[in-house]
Design a protein around this ligand. Structure first.
Ligand code: GTP
Ligand code: MN
Ligand code: MN
Length: 375
């Protein structure tokens, strides 16, 4: 087995949800390369290949030391031939030709630029590229038909490209708390996603909201959104109603991991001065984003109290950690995990939980805290 510097054995488990993966690790020079190939596979609609590269990168993130030679990789799981070739080349030559040519290819760069627009997925970006478009500017210049999300995405493109800082996330937290408390006292509000895992920056800010009295949370999002709109905080919002139904015979099979909570994808307007000084200023109304203004993507999710632990686990991430949890549940435990429930197919019953710790216990997994779910 793999030995660490002290000659002690490292036992690398094969599911990411069985391992501790800190935010800062020792192998960014390898994981960044593998993640370029993963992203490129996603752009080519090859999910299997993409996940294989992401699993390989994730194993290296969990190593307690820097990889210096191929010897260090003996006995590690999830490293396929292709990943090993890439790693070998980087260790020997300092870089991988495949990674560098991918990074520089026009196709990859155009896909990155176009899918970087809020509201644009791989299929749409691919169609535009086949029509000769390359950048968000090309979309405006050629007068492309855009839906409402994409229009906002193009309009606030450069603002949304800028990383969201933790200070900005705290500021938005204060605004969301003010909104929620004024429409329904007694709610619980949690910062989710990357910020809950300890990241210092993010591409958006994610919130989960619930009320300890089950049922009180129904219709809450619409009230929150009207409050925010009255204050002139929202540059864009799209709200979806809760469509979750618990079936007695277990959860319906679903191809996507999209959950069915009441939710809102939005763009908040912050005043840059406020975002620097750390004090919220929401009195001005209007929906323009002028030079003294900052646009930030915000996701709001409302969960019934009985599903709150599952929603918390599902919205903490990372994306790979979530995927691995569901794979573990299905393949190793004959259970189905979602952001709503955990269903045991052997006993034909839903396993309830009040906390994330209880869900890990139901799954027969050691509890991994959010800061070590950076798989
Ligand atoms: P950054 O925002 O880039 O910092 O990273 P992040 O980890 O916060 O990513 P993101 O905001 O995209 O997602 C946060 C978490 O919510 C991730 O674990 C996702 O898997 C999860 N998530 C996002 N959208 C959905 C969804 O529609 N359904 C479910 N169940 N989970 C989602
Ligand atoms: Mn996020
Ligand atoms: Mn998000």
């Amino acid at each position: 087995p793999e030995l660490n510097g002290d000659g002690a054995e490292i036992l690398m488990k094969s599911y990411a949800c069985q391992r501790r993966t800190p935010l800062k690790h020792h192998n960014a020079f390898l994981t960044e390369a593998l993640e370029i190939l993963a992203q490129n596979a996603e752009f080519n609609d090859n999910e299997g290949r993409s996940v294989a590269f992401r699993r390989a990168a994730s194993v290296l993130k969990a190593l307690p030391h820097r990889v210096k030679s191929m010897e260090d990789l003996r006995c590690l799981p999830c490293l396929g031939d292709h990943s090993q070739r890439v790693i070998k080349e980087i260790l020997e030559d300092g870089s991988s030709r495949e990674v560098e040519s991918t990074r520089q290819s026009e196709q990859f760069q155009a896909m990155k630029a176009l899918t970087g627009v809020f509201g644009v997925g791989v299929r749409t970006a691919d169609r535009w590229i086949r029509e000769g478009l390359r950048t968000p500017d090309d979309l405006i210049r050629t007068g492309q038909q855009l839906n409402r999300a994409q229009q906002a995405g193009v309009q606030y493109y450069s603002e949304l490209q800028r990383a969201v800082t933790r200070a900005e996330a705290e500021l938005i937290m204060a605004i969301v708390e003010a909104a929620v408390n004024s429409v329904l006292p007694g709610c619980q509000i949690q910062l989710m996603g990357g910020f809950r895992r300890g990241k210092e920056v993010g591409h958006d800010v994610d919130f989960l909201i619930t009320h300890p009295e089950e049922g009180k949370e129904e219709g809450l999002m619409l009230k929150i959104i009207s409050w925010l709109e009255e204050q002139g905080v929202l540059l864009y919002q799209k709200t979806t109603r809760n469509s979750y139904v618990e079936r007695l015979d277990g959860p319906a099979r679903s191809a996507s991991n999209m959950d069915r909570f009441e939710r809102c994808f939005s763009i908040f307007k912050l005043h840059s001065s406020a975002s620097r000084s750390g004090s919220a200023s929401t009195s001005e109304s209007g929906s323009a984003c002028d030079s003294g203004c900052r646009a930030v993507r915000v996701d709001l999710v409302v969960s019934p109290f009985s599903q709150f632990a599952f929603a918390t686990l599902g919205w903490t991430g990372s994306k790979l950690f979530e995927r691995e949890l569901r794979r573990w549940a299905g393949q190793e435990k004959q259970m189905t995990l979602s952001s709503h429930t955990l269903y045991d197919s052997k006993q034909n019953l839903y396993l309830r939980a009040q906390t994330e710790e209880e869900i890990f216990a139901h799954l027969g997994l050691e509890f991994i805290p959010p800061s070590e779910r950076n798989a």
